[in-house]
Design a protein around this ligand. Structure first.
Ligand SMILES: Cc1ncc(COP(=O)(O)O)c(C=O)c1O
Length: 392
């Protein structure tokens, strides 16, 4: 059972605002803020190097926490600045040649897709988009049909930035495994919202961010790379931490996933990330996932019953991102009027998920993303606010 009173006490802003923007950046709980503040204080008292030395055990423990969250091992984790860097480190480490195929899904995130385009331009590799089924989820039969010896990577977004869709990540993993193809999963919007188990999914690489549903600080992210693949991947960029300079003409890549890191880091933010992971694990990801679904379902149902509302979420069982449009209103106008009423929500631009947005002719959509720390009353407040905006 989630102790909602305790959790809201740990999240002081919930007493002042209705915060439903967790797909953007969630509210950090007090242990996360405290972990960061303490380390900054320590740095100011004894200097950054000594502070890192003194806290080395706690800094090391962050890898263990992230590994537990993912059901991976600490040596399979790299801690980096954000999900994009994590994803780039994995993607750009993979070799492509002319004619190689990269398979992706319709709701792929813009940062990833422009990287596909760059590699396609540089190497002559081609990007093939796996179509979606009638529900809007990646069509696994189509994926199976598209597999051939030219496919060198499957790279998909599990939960897109622009709505509640949850792609069938584990079914994709089974296909990738059966064909022996590397599988890179963008779990940025899934982490902290739902169970993420790299063994159950069967992905080889997974990227995620700290600031969204995980409730960590901004400027944090991580990469998981399966041990067997790790040894074969040369990072696209290295420094002397990733690859110690062992003789005048030689470097030696680290054996672990830290070959994707650099020497300098924001240790306060890292400790904040570790505290966020521990906080989520302490509550339990299963109850978090269940409550997210309940609250998002309530929001989606309440909004759907209003006139002029068009729910834009895809998939059989959408998650905690609720996307919609309201007749007569630009998404930004809905976001601004909600903000004026003390409700924080966001919007998603079609260019963040261009393939999906073009296929569905999506305008900017309003994006409301509840989390387990929200209450039913807060959900109803947003529904009531949207109801007060008569269709124009
Ligand atoms: C699906 C998805 N992938 C990747 C990212 C990038 O994450 P970050 O901003 O931490 O690099 C986002 C950010 O919104 C996202 O929604």
């Amino acid at each position: 059972m989630i102790d909602i009173d305790q959790i809201r006490a740990d999240t002081p802003a919930t007493s002042r605002i209705t915060y439903l923007h967790n797909a953007g950046a969630a509210l950090m709980p007090t242990p996360v803020v405290a972990a960061m503040k303490q380390h900054i204080d320590l740095e100011s008292e004894i200097g950054g190097y000594a502070a890192a030395d003194r806290e080395s055990d706690r800094l090391e423990a962050v890898y263990g926490s992230v590994a537990r969250l993912l059901n991976g091992a600490p040596d399979e984790i790299a801690l980096v600045e954000n999900a994009t860097v994590a994803w780039q480190m994995a993607f750009y480490a993979l070799p492509f040649r002319a004619g190689d195929r990269i398979l992706t899904a319709e709701a792929e995130y813009a940062a990833n897709y422009v990287a596909f385009l760059q590699v396609a331009k540089r190497t002559g590799a081609v990007i093939d988009i796996v179509p979606s089924d009638a529900s809007g989820e990646l069509d696994t039969d189509a994926l199976e049909y598209m597999m051939d010896e030219r496919v060198k990577l499957i790279a998909i977004t599990w939960v897109p930035t622009n709505g509640g869709l949850i792609n069938p990540a584990a079914s994709v993993g089974r296909i990738a495994r059966a064909h022996g193809i590397p599988y890179l999963l963008d779990a940025c919007q899934a982490i902290g919202q739902m169970q993420v188990d790299v063994e159950a999914i069967g992905c080889d690489m997974l990227s995620a961010t700290g600031r969204k549903f995980l409730r960590g600080p901004r400027g944090t992210g991580f990469l998981y790379v399966r041990r067997e693949l790790l040894k074969t991947l040369e990072p696209p960029m290295i420094d002397h931490f990733a690859a110690p300079w062992v003789s005048r003409d030689e470097y030696r890549l680290r054996d672990d996933a830290r070959r994707f890191e650099t020497w300098e880091n924001n240790y306060a933010a890292r400790l904040g990330l570790g505290a966020a992971v521990d906080y989520a694990l302490e509550i339990g990801i299963a109850p978090i996932e269940q409550r997210c679904r309940v609250l998002a379902g309530r929001l989606r149902g309440g909004l759907a019953a209003l006139p002029g509302i068009n729910i834009r979420d895809l998939g059989r069982a959408p998650g905690a991102i609720v996307s919609f449009t309201l007749d007569g209103y630009e998404a930004d106008a809905v976001v601004a009027s909600a903000a004026a009423a003390g409700i924080t929500i966001g919007a998603s631009d079609p260019s963040s998920t261009r393939i999906d947005a073009e296929l569905r002719a999506l305008p900017h959509v309003v994006r409301a993303s509840p989390h387990y720390y929200n209450t039913e009353a807060e959900i109803d407040r947003l529904i009531g606010h949207v109801a007060s905006l008569a269709p124009r």
